[in-house]
Design a protein around this ligand. Structure first.
Ligand code: N2P
Length: 339
């Protein structure tokens, strides 16, 4: 090889000594515990740079737009299916991820990746309503609370097309994976009617809106609402009686990653029981690691809003890849957002 080429090749400096690798992690906002990342950097001599997204569709758009350079990404269930179909994910070498042994059996091999060839379970949770019990009386039991005109201007919804349509569909007793045009049209009409009550569609700062009191009811994810509740105890979380989403976010390596071994070492590290426990204690989402639950504080391990009992899980539904019908969702979502 020409000398100048060797000098420029990644991972080597002019003395031919390995340059520290930098791993690029692309994950959900507020999903990482800084001390854990620091510990990985210290132990493995690898630097981690984190970038965040607010929805699975944002992740997909960035990857399809050729966002090069990410190594580890954290898609939810249905988005794993889509990324596999698009050929964006690398096969994982389970031999390099022994902490997989600690993951709950029932969280492995789910519909979107039956052999966990491309994805390993990381954190999971639910979608419901965060509300301020000082402002919302009686406590909401139904998604209809998000259509209650008394809370006009004090309602936020997730900025997430599958979650928002899923919620509107479940509110009407439909599956959140409905694909019939008439059902989506009806859901869109209900969401249009609701729009005058909605202050904002956000997936990234509704915890702060709840804490400040700007919002009284937030369509949101369990852990984020619970973090708001830590700051303001009148904030509660409920899964409405019509049921909602159960989701699992997964650790994946991109096929385009130049650092697959380090990426798998990082995934293995995140699934180390004590590390996973620290992450769950901070972000308030349930860890996929069964072993980790032994290391999280009792208030978290026994909190039914974080680890919902089977009776609650029974009325929850997974979002699935709806194939071509996604075009109907995309169009309806765009119309909802622009009108
Ligand atoms: C936390 C995001 C929760 C992930 N900011 C929802 N899948």
């Amino acid at each position: 090889m020409f000398a100048w080429l060797a000098a420029c090749s990644p991972g080597a400096n002019e003395q031919g000594k390995a340059r520290p690798v930098t791993l690029h992690l692309f994950t959900w906002s507020d999903y990482t515990e800084e001390s854990v990342v620091k510990e990985f950097e210290r132990r493995f001599g690898v630097k981690v740079v984190t970038d965040t997204f607010g929805s699975n569709e944002e992740l997909l758009a960035k990857l399809q737009g050729g966002a090069a350079g990410y190594d580890v990404v954290v898609p939810s269930d249905y988005m794993v299916s889509i990324l596999i179909k698009q050929g964006l994910l690398a096969e994982l070498d389970h031999a390099k991820i022994p902490n997989l042994a600690h993951v709950y059996k029932h969280l492995k091999g789910l519909y979107y990746d039956p052999q966990n060839t491309y994805s390993l379970p990381y954190l999971w949770g639910t979608t419901g309503i965060g509300y301020n019990a000082d402002l919302v009386k009686p406590p909401p039991e139904s998604w209809q609370a998000l259509w209650d005109a008394r809370y006009k201007g004090k309602i936020s919804l997730l900025n997430d097309e599958r979650e928002v349509f899923g919620m509107a569909l479940r509110a009407a007793g439909e599956s959140l994976n409905a694909t019939q045009p008439a059902k989506l049209e009806a859901a869109k009409a209900r969401l249009m009617a609701q729009k005058a009550l909605v202050k904002t569609y956000t997936s990234e700062n509704y915890d702060q809106l709840l804490v400040s009191g700007e919002v009284a009811l937030a369509h949101g994810w369990s852990g984020t609402v619970l973090r708001a509740a830590d700051e303001r105890p009148s904030i509660k979380y409920v899964i409405p009686k019509e049921g909602g989403t159960i989701w699992q976010d997964n650790l994946c390596v991109l096929k385009s990653s130049a650092h697959k071994d380090e990426a798998m070492a990082f995934i293995n590290f995140l699934l180390e029981p004590q590390v996973a426990a620290l992450i769950t204690s901070k972000v308030k989402y349930a860890s996929a690691s069964e072993e980790a639950r032994l290391f999280v504080p009792k208030e978290i391990a026994q909190n039914p809003a974080i680890y919902p009992p089977a009776s609650v899980v029974a009325r929850l539904e997974w979002i699935k890849d709806v194939g071509e019908a996604i075009k109907l969702y995309d169009r309806a979502w765009t119309e909802l957002k622009v009108k």
